[in-house]
Design a binder for this molecule. Structure first.
Ligand code: FES
Length: 166
C-alpha cells in the first residue's frame, strides 16, 4: 500500500478540479467513477499518470481503476494524435466563443471534436471547464493553457503545437 501522500501528476491547475471531486467524497473508493468523469471532463481523456494518482488518492488498486476506465465506453484513454488540442466548452468559454474556436480547427484540419487528423498529428477534444474561466475562451495545446483565444489565433496556435516535436 502507499505510504507517502499522493501528488498530482503535474502542476496543471486542472488537477485542483479533480482533487475537489475526491475531497467532496472524502477520498473514498466509491468516488472512483465520479473522479474519472471529472478527469475526463477537465482534461478530455484519461491518461496513465492520472489513473495512478486516482488509485493512490482513493486507495483503490490500480487494476480496479484501469478496469473502470476501460469498461465504460464514455471514458477515453489518451487520444491517438501526437499532439492534442483540448477546447474548453464550459459555460464561460462557450459564451466567449468556444464554438468558433472549434470551427476554426474543423476548417483548418478537417476534424471534429473526438477526431484525429489522418496523418495522426493532431487530436481535437473538448472538455468542460479547465479551471481558467477568467481568461476564457481557453484551449490547452498539449500541456499549454492558452486563454483569450480568437479563431485566427486558434488555428495559428494549433499549427505551432503541431510543429513541436513531442
Ligand atoms: S469554462 Fe472554460 S475554463 Fe472555465
Amino acid at each position: 500500500m502507499y505510504l507517502e501522500k499522493p501528488v498530482p501528476p503535474s502542476t496543471d491547475k486542472r488537477w485542483r478540479i479533480v482533487d475537489a471531486t475526491m475531497r467532496r467524497n472524502g477520498h473514498q473508493g466509491h468516488a472512483l467513477i465520479e473522479t474519472l468523469h471529472s478527469i475526463q471532463e477537465t482534461f478530455g481523456y484519461l491518461e496513465p499518470e492520472g489513473l495512478r494518482y486516482v488509485a493512490h488518492s482513493l486507495k483503490v488498486p490500480l487494476s480496479q481503476v484501469y478496469g473502470a476506465a476501460t469498461f465504460y465506453h464514455f471514458f477515453t484513454m489518451k487520444p491517438p494524435g501526437r499532439h492534442t488540442c483540448v477546447v474548453c466548452t464550459g459555460t464561460a468559454c462557450y459564451i466567449k466563443g468556444a464554438p468558433q474556436l472549434i470551427a476554426a480547427i474543423e476548417e483548418k484540419y478537417g476534424i471534429k471534436p473526438g477526431e484525429t487528423t489522418e496523418d495522426g498529428e493532431l487530436s481535437l477534444i473538448t472538455a468542460r471547464c479547465v479551471g481558467s474561466c477568467s481568461i476564457a475562451p481557453v484551449a490547452v495545446f498539449d500541456k499549454d493553457v492558452v486563454g483569450k483565444l480568437r479563431p485566427a489565433g486558434m488555428a495559428e496556435r494549433a499549427e505551432r503545437c503541431c510543429q513541436h516535436v513531442s
